[in-house]
Design a protein around this ligand. Structure first.
Ligand code: ADP
Length: 214
């Protein structure tokens, strides 16, 4: 551990008690050892829009091409790190903050991180983006009309929310703020999963993140 360069990260300049430790092995070295350019793909959209389905397909494609990846699924995070959080606005905000911080650590480990979370609020998505470098965060809007999501209802959640059994359900009793300028916009009502995952790979190729072709 290199403690020769320390910077205070306390908000109290008079008496900082926490110091940032600089690791000997940096982000660039970790990425280089994996032969890839790390990035966070942040998939946002309504429940049932297709985030998990596409995230899995994209990860599978990247994996087969030899990339080192990690999938962070919003629901799965709620079984562990975020199991103390519910779905009120403040809990959703904290859910995003923690997930973004984890994604940032994985980015620093040199991974291509695919995050799949409803993440309904623009402000929190912006905060997640601001945690990392400009080229390191790609917002992916997984877009399907609410009516189609209700029809798909893969987990039966819309039926329960419409019956009043789930409070604060996005799209029904809690708002969803669509991205205004996502790097990638996927219309899951118009294209199939393979085509959409292919669109993501196209963007990654253009940005020099992969040479992988579907
Ligand atoms: P989310 O993670 O956004 O809640 P899921 O991926 O769990 O959504 O569920 C989406 C459902 O819609 C799945 O049952 C999937 O098979 C279906 N589906 C149909 N067409 C598409 C498509 N083009 N892209 C993604 N999912 C689709």
């Amino acid at each position: 551990m290199n403690r020769s360069v320390l910077s205070a990260c306390s908000e109290r300049p008079a008496a900082p008690v926490v110091f940032r430790t600089v690791a000997t092995i940096g982000k660039a070295a970790r990425a280089e050892s994996k032969g890839q350019k790390p990035v966070i793909l942040w998939l946002t959209g309504l429940s049932g829009a297709g985030k998990s389905t596409i995230a899995n397909r994209v990860e599978d494609m990247l994996w087969r091409c030899g990339h080192h990846t990690m999938l962070l699924d919003g629901d799965n995070m709620r079984f562990g790190l975020n199991k103390d959080l519910a779905f009120a606005d403040a809990d959703r905000v904290e859910n995003i903050r923690r997930t973004a911080e984890v994604a940032k650590l994985m980015l620093e480990a040199g991974l291509i991180v695919i995050c799949s979370l409803i993440s309904p609020f623009r402000r929190e998505r912006m905060l997640a983006r601001q945690l990392v470098g400009e080229d390191e965060f790609l917002e992916v809007f997984v877009d399907a009309p609410l009516d189609l999501c209700k029809q798909r209802d893969p987990k039966g959640l819309y039926a329960r929310a419409l019956a009043g059994q789930i409070p604060n359900f996005t799209g029904i009793s809690s708002p969803y703020e669509p991205p205004e300028a996502p790097e990638i916009h996927l219309r899951t009502d118009a294209y199939d999963v393979d085509a959409l995952a292919g669109q993501v790979l196209d963007v990654l190729r253009h940005r020099g993140i992969t040479a992988c072709a579907p």
